[in-house]
Design a protein around this ligand. Structure first.
Ligand code: 5AD
Ligand code: FES
Length: 347
């Protein structure tokens, strides 16, 4: 079967069978990838025109109780310099972000016990009171249903929790035994049920990932229908057990972005920081492959280098204003415009 026919079939039926996915990942060429990118880009232009949504991320704590084998801020990494911002620090980042034109604030952290759901809920209220025209996205990991509900009731609009892999066996190779695949998947279902615009996602080329794993991810996306999907290449971090593992493939990451756009045309799909790290034109090419979101950093420059999930992360020397202008210019260079709107999911 020709790969192009499979891409057309995906566009028409919005899903493929598992064997078809595996075949596609094993056999596509650069021309097929260009075809997928053209198809995906047309779909995003139809839905979003040439507008790119921006989200400002505040990385407010790198303290984490988890020990994911790939992650630079895992608890066993004693080289990581730990930090935690407080409410006033975070409000200051939002103020700077608002002035710079952000209308979505993403609060991201490790699973930091000192920032319990109640404290975070109060902060969400405070942000929503100060900026009623802004969306708040949370990305603070696995919590209990009641905690997700408390945060939702406090006004949080969206939640990012990458599932990392939809293959249980693979999940077990990326995480210590005390972490549970079922619990993570259950969190995602709860988030969606609570009415969050919900984001799942994966790293491309994480150790032990096979084409079958990626097929499982695509089947999961087709079934779960997240409003957002975060996809970036795996990049090794020097102080983790995966330090010696190869990077994920840049081209495969772009291909997956295109396939996600084709499968779920309304998706909020970021060209991720990891994509911009593996290739200096990654975010631009991500947009040209179907992405419609970029998520620059609003964290104080003093802590940026400490939120190192992988080596050589970009933008750690730059300020909020610098990143804002840099991205504006990058998007303009490919004929796109940064949108000053909340950029909510819509059908
Ligand atoms: N390389 C690429 N992405 C990573 N993440 C964590 N560690 C790495 C790494 N070494 C991603 C995970 C996580 C998100 C916040 O960052 O997918 O969910
Ligand atoms: Fe941060 Fe370009 S986006 S420096």
């Amino acid at each position: 079967m020709e790969i192009r026919k499979l891409i057309d079939k995906l566009n028409e039926n919005k899903t493929l069978g598992k064997d078809e996915w595996i075949y596609l990942f094993g056999n596509y060429t650069d021309e097929d990838r260009a075809y997928a990118a053209d198809t995906a880009r047309k779909l995003s232009l139809e839905k979003f025109e040439n507008k790119i949504f921006i989200r400002g991320i505040v990385e407010f704590s790198n303290i984490c109780k988890n020990d994911c084998l790939y992650c630079g801020i895992r608890r066993s990494n004693s080289c990581a310099q730990r930090y935690r911002l407080d409410e006033d620090d975070i409000m200051e980042c939002c103020a700077e972000g608002y002035e710079t034109g952000y209308r979505t604030f993403v609060l991201q952290s490790g699973e930091d016990g000192a920032w319990g759901a109640e404290r975070l809920a109060k902060l969400v209220c405070r942000i929503k009171e100060s900026y009623p025209d802004c969306a708040v996205t949370l990305s603070v990991g696995e919590l209990e249903y009641d905690e997700y509900k408390l945060l939702r009731d406090a006004g949080a609009d969206r939640y990012l929790l990458r599932h990392e892999t939809a293959n249980k066996e693979h999940y077990g190779k990326l995480h210590p035994a005390e972490m549970s695949f079922e619990h993570r998947m259950n969190c995602l279902r709860q988030l969606k049920e609570l009415g969050y615009q919900t984001g799942a996602g994966i790293m491309v080329g994480s150790p032990f990932q096979t084409h079958e794993c990626l097929a499982d991810d695509m089947l999961f996306f087709a079934d779960f229908k997240p409003q957002m999907i975060g996809i970036g290449p795996f990049l090794p971090h020097k102080d983790t057990p995966f330090r010696g593992e190869p990077k994920g493939s840049y081209e495969l990451t772009l291909m997956l972005l295109s396939l996600c756009r084709i499968m779920l045309p309304n998706l909020l799909l970021p060209a991720t920081t990891a994509l911009g790290t593996i290739n200096p034109r990654g975010r631009e090419e991500g947009v040209l492959a179907g992405a419609n979101v970029v998520m620059p950093n609003l964290s104080p420059t003093a802590v940026r280098k400490k939120y190192m999930l992988y080596d050589n992360k970009i933008c750690t020397e730059d300020s909020t204003t610098e990143c804002r202008h840099c991205l504006q210019a990058r998007m303009k260079s490919i004929g796109y415009e940064v949108s000053i709107s909340r950029g909510d999911y819509s059908e």
